[in-house]
Design a protein around this ligand. Structure first.
Ligand code: SF4
Ligand code: SF4
Length: 365
């Protein structure tokens, strides 16, 4: 398997304001181009694109290409479960939505301390082991968002897990909350194969500050900032897949150009990435990955990820126009936040969104 996975959380949109309005024709072109270059791993989930990502995967991939020509990964949204029966209802729904009889890779989605308890309480590990024995899952693992000690606990209690999906990138490598390095080391200690998510940290490492851009340019003038982030992740031992959420053909082509015949970074190049990470971390930007899990929850319909991205743009020294802010707040402004914190319960990055809405409002309002 080539190490670049096609993440289906940031598919191309026909309407930039509607996350469920995926541009299916552009997606089909991207899927075809990706497969034609010898890549073959697709990653979707129940929640992506307002619950429609799996249906788009069926249309663009499953219906149009032989089942054995690609690997499909899907995830059980443990955090959404309200009762034990939900796991089967959701699993069957996912098979139907994707149009498949089996998943090549299947994950318990977004395990942290709280969701781990939910998974144990509702017998999710046992249920998925049964699905695997029945041939409906080929390889079973989980995605993870918490500290390294929690990861150690899960892998110790569940050695049957065949892989783990971790948030690893050069910016979060030493981050206290994400703990990329520490989590990586725990997975290696357990000899658990690793898939990497958020190698570009929701696009933040594709749009780096000027000083970092110049550092990379001096070393390799032809390569994009995103290439450094993806190659950093792919160069780590024990990593068999790096997911990238590509939102248009140019991003896909850029990713494929250096991942087709991947050459790992040298130690000097890895150090350059970590130095870049320190510079970016000092800018004090908000660690939002634009996953959009919060957006669906907000009763005030505030454009949370977009506003946080705008705030980061300003912190990075780029110009933010009044029109940009106005277009994001036409429906609802951050000042209308009622501090219900429903968004924060969904945020895998544990961002204090309610507090930040006040800050964003003060900064731009
Ligand atoms: S805390 Fe504010 S931003 Fe978050 S869901 Fe509630 S109203 Fe929306
Ligand atoms: S604030 Fe959190 S949940 Fe919302 S998009 Fe950013 S990372 Fe995702």
């Amino acid at each position: 398997m080539k190490k670049l996975g096609f993440g289906c959380m940031r598919l191309p949109l026909a309407d930039k304001k509607d996350d469920s309005a995926v541009d299916i024709e552009q997606m089909k072109e991207m899927v075809d181009a990706y497969l034609a270059e010898g890549f073959n791993y697709f990653d979707t989930a129940y929640m992506y694109h307002k619950g429609k990502s799996e249906c788009f995967v069926k249309e663009a991939l499953v219906k149009r290409h032989p089942r054995e020509s690609f690997y499909l990964a899907d995830k059980l949204p443990v955090g959404m479960m309200k009762k034990a029966e939900d796991k089967e209802t959701i699993f069957l729904d996912q098979k139907e939505k994707c149009g498949v009889d089996y998943f090549d890779y299947y994950l318990l989605h977004c395990l942290d301390k709280k969701n781990f308890k939910v998974a144990e309480k509702y017998g999710v590990f046992e249920y998925l082991a049964e699905r695997k024995a029945a041939g409906e899952i080929k390889v079973l693992g989980f995605s993870f968002h918490d500290t390294a000690d929690v990861l150690d606990e899960i892998l110790t209690k569940h050695p049957e897990m065949e892989f783990v999906q971790l948030q690893i990138n050069y910016l979060d490598w030493e981050n206290e909350k994400v703990q990329s390095r520490l989590c990586y080391e725990v997975a290696r200690k357990h000899s658990t194969p690793i898939i990497i998510m958020e190698p570009v940290r929701g696009g933040a490492l594709a749009n780096v500050p000027g000083v970092v851009k110049n550092m990379f340019k001096e070393k390799e003038s032809d390569l994009s900032p995103a290439s450094w982030a993806i190659r950093f992740a792919a160069s780590l031992g024990g990593v068999f897949m790096v997911l990238s959420g590509m939102s248009d053909m140019s991003q896909l082509k850029d990713n494929m150009s250096y991942m087709k015949d991947f050459i790992p970074l040298t130690e000097e190049e890895k150090s350059l990435c970590l130095k870049a990470g320190t510079i970016i971390a000092n800018k004090d930007t908000i660690p939002c990955t634009a996953c959009r899990y919060c957006a669906e929850e907000c009763p005030e319909k505030i454009a949370i990820p977009e506003l946080l991205a705008l705030y980061n743009k300003k912190i990075n020294g780029d110009t933010v126009t009044a029109e940009e802010y106005a277009s994001l707040t036409a429906e609802s402004s951050p000042a209308s936040c009622i501090k219900c914190k429903k968004c924060e319960k969904m945020c895998p990055q544990k961002i204090e969104i309610a507090k930040l809405m006040k800050k964003v409002s003060k900064t731009f309002g």
